[in-house]
Design a protein around this ligand. Sequence first.
Ligand SMILES: [Mn+2]
Length: 222
Amino acid sequence: MPKYQLILQFVNVRALFIKIDTALTMTARTVTISRKTKETEITVSINLDGTGVSSLHTGLPFLDHMLDQVARHGLIDLNVRAQGDLEIDAHHTVEDIGITLGQACLEALGSKAGIRRYGHAYIPLDEALSRVVLDLSGRPGLEYHVEFPRARVGDFDVDLFHEFFKGFVNHAKVTMHIDMLRGRNAHHVVETIYKAFGRALRMAIEVDPRMAGVLPSTKGTL
Ligand SMILES: [Mn+2]
């Protein structure tokens, strides 16, 4: 066997060992969080290293449709069960799902060692275009710049999307900038935001092999 082939084989074997080593040292990033108030009862199960499989029963089909985008495009396995006071309106349920998802994300991330930390995505859907940029910084902060062309999508109040993301950001302790860059169809606009959120989250939570388990912060804490 020629010498260069041997060297190549050695490099491949070494790469394989590094892969196995990274996988072994990473604990499972899976968590289940249950949250109960007088207004809602919510259980979120999440696997940050999933394949995009979801089981969603929030009582709000449009929100289920959006959470499905987060799972699919974030490659996160996501199970959400919610019993909310929908007889009043969807406000408490949507906000509390954002809160519980945020708690689950933070808990599942653990020490944050070796992750990429930052994530961003631009997502178009026909005429609509949105951008989400996030930092798993440990500091809650939401910049939400979205002008919906309509007040409702079906019977869903579009103001509630802000409540969802505010709840998420405060409890996942992330900095997030959401910008709707253009769009005429409210369904398209929301869908681009949730898809971009999923994509940006996927980028930020992913383990970066070059980080070699180091915390991506010069401060030493996130
Ligand atoms: Mn849709």
